[in-house]
Design a protein around this ligand. Structure first.
Ligand SMILES: [Zn+2]
Length: 267
């Protein structure tokens, strides 16, 4: 990740705290390398990226778009806040991956979140389950009915325990799905995976990490199968680079996330 991308993201996050709609100017002259999916202008002209949030107090999404000379690219995430658990929509160029599905009966709320991002079920080409627990996999059948063209994925060690009509494809550590990197993070459950968007600098943690008062906390031991492995997975997650962490439980951490996870792993 380049320094100026970090700066741009920090500007965006600072603005998100001030207002529901903020305009962030991305000077492409400062970006010497092309960033796929972010949408920089080929002619070096300035791109304008609107950043929208659900509310100023609790940002639920981050959008970066730019009108280039020949094409428009939009990338971002949308949180589906499903009461005590969240699912996340990661999208670029009108296509989306849904990470987790919430408890049973969450499809309508996920559809509303898709709409907030300007998307519908037809955009959902990938559904990724971080793990088997019913607050994450509970609506998988409803979702797969709404998005019949989507491919379902889960960690190999999890698949036999996920109750769904569609059988998930097994993903292995390091696999790429829709330019998203799958990271094996066993402990909370044996086949738990996290999802990293390396281009946007976003980590979707499932229950491998929890949003807390200190920004980020390890999973709750009382709900985790193997706490020693879970803590090894926290240390593993500290080895990746991302600015934003999106938790299954807790408020998203929108700045300095991998540094916070590194601090947690050393504590
Ligand atoms: Zn869980």
């Amino acid at each position: 990740m380049t320094a100026h991308r970090l700066i741009n993201r920090r500007v965006a996050i600072a603005e998100m705290g001030k207002a529901g709609l903020a305009i962030v100017v991305l000077g492409t002259a400062a970006c010497s390398e092309p960033i796929s999916g972010i949408g920089t202008s080929a002619d070096g002209s300035t791109a304008v990226a609107p950043v929208t949030t659900g509310t100023a107090r609790a940002p639920t999404s981050m959008v970066t778009s730019s009108a280039a000379t020949t094409a428009t690219a939009v990338t971002g995430f949308q949180r589906a806040n499903l009461d005590f658990v969240s699912a996340y929509i990661l999208y670029r160029d009108g296509e989306a991956a849904l990470v987790d599905t919430g408890v049973e009966g969450s499809a309508a709320a996920i559809e509303a979140s898709l709409a907030e991002a300007g998307l519908g079920w037809g955009a959902v080409g990938h559904v990724i389950l971080t793990h088997k627990h019913p607050d994450h996999a509970g609506s998988v059948d409803e979702v797969m009915i709404q998005a019949p063209g989507a491919i379902l994925y889960a960690g190999a060690a999890e698949i036999s325990q996920i109750t769904s009509t569609a059988i998930p494809e097994a993903v292995a550590d390091g696999d790429m799905v829709f330019d998203l990197q799958m990271i094996d993070t066993p402990g909370h459950t044996a086949g738990h995976i996290c999802v990293l968007d390396p281009l946007a600098g976003i980590l979707v943690t499932g229950d491998a990490l929890v949003g807390g008062a200190q920004g980020v906390e390890p999973p709750d031991p009382s709900f985790s199968e193997d706490m020693a492995s879970a803590l090894e997975s926290v240390a593993k997650l500290a080895g990746f680079d991302y600015e934003v962490a999106l938790f299954g439980h807790g408020e998203p951490l929108l700045e300095g996330a991998s540094a916070a996870v590194t601090a947690l792993a050393r504590a």
